[in-house]
Design a protein around this ligand. Sequence first.
Ligand code: SF4
Length: 472
Amino acid sequence: MNTLYLKSFIRCKRKAWLDLKGNKSYEVWSPHKAIDKINQFQIFSKLCDGEIYTGLKACKIGYQGVIGLKIKGTFFQNINAEIHPQLLVKTKGISKWGQYKYLPAVYKLGHKTTKEHLFDLAFSSILLGTFQESKIEKGLVISSFGNKVNVEEIYLNKKLRKKVLNVLVSLNESLRGFMPEITQDRKKCTICSWQKFCDKEAKENGYLTDIDGIGSKTASLLKINGIPNTQSLASTSEKQLVEKLSKFNDQKYENAFRFIKQAQTYISGEPYWISEKKDPYFLLEKIGSGFFIFDIESNPDYKHDFLYGFLIINNLFIKKEDIIYEPILNLKNNKGESYRKIIKILFSKKKWPVLHYGETERIAIINIAKNLNFSLEQIDSLTSRFIDLHTLVRKSWILPLKNYGLKNVSNWLGFEWVQKNVSGSKALYWWIQYQITENELFLKKIIQYNKDDCLATLHIAEFLIKNQLNKN
Ligand code: SF4
């Protein structure tokens, strides 16, 4: 058992088991992990003024920061354990190496210090204390906001140490047993490297949390009420489901129809068109005389939009190879310059609508307009040109999909990205790589990815229009 299994176990029992015993060919490389590692190293380096070295030798010499150390030991009940402290920070004290000792430190992304951080520190402190022959009273949680490194001291009291020991015993038992169930809280799966493996099993077994809008709470309500899986949800009448859901005073009963239809389409693979009373030609009329497609790539941790991409489309029937794609890079977060370029493009055709997928682009344009001192009226007029296709798809279609993200929907419609296995996080990973290496190849990959995101959005627009015309 080691730190990595402990961290996985806190997130999801099954993940720890799969990390140890799963067939690695089903595991998918996760850009999140890689991004985390890079961020971690940069912040640790800053904290230790660049004095970071690897392994036991670094401890003996007494460097300020030590990474890459693995320490083995045993717990009670003779459980073998190994810690991989993310960072050891030199501090005052006496250890077997001399007039100093080390404290364990972990990296934190965001504001919240979680159980994962606390248990990681407590676990490390137990084995590290014995190893360096010096007791450890506290650990450090390191984070970064803007350019500032933040250090939070965590006192590793008896209660916390006892808690982590109990968790380690459960982890040990779990690793010896059968593969645990898929987690109830499927949100955790979105950044997990075993997601594809578990998704397949969840679909085969008709997990209710596969249905868009059904989280762990609604799934348990349904199970208590005799609807254990997607198959039985699909065959429930709307009236019955409304009754069952409203018993729990849950607003979800309003979604009864959608849940049932979503379950039916998920099983049959056949999409369902929600007849809209509203003008079916709405989108076609709006974009008939030209439109933009807009998509942003950003680093949310640094609130930095590093690429704004536009497709400029004079008419819907234009050949793909004649479409103009305009990328605006914002390498140094030089807002003024890139903002002016964006506004110049948008105002080159003042009446053209701007199609985008999801809320990000609209929010970004409001911030840009505010930053350029637009009046409220000007901001309203600009944002009124924005049409969110994600909302439109969800309003008019129930698709046989687990979620309605851009990749999922456009893949289902047959759109293919030029680069394989890409995602927003992979683009972010390339961006971080570019910042470190300044290798233009990474920028090229990001630009290609963004262009494909824009083309995927166009593909969805075409689908909406084609089907609205056919249905009316
Ligand atoms: S995909 Fe979800 S259920 Fe499967 S191991 Fe990961 S977090 Fe757990």
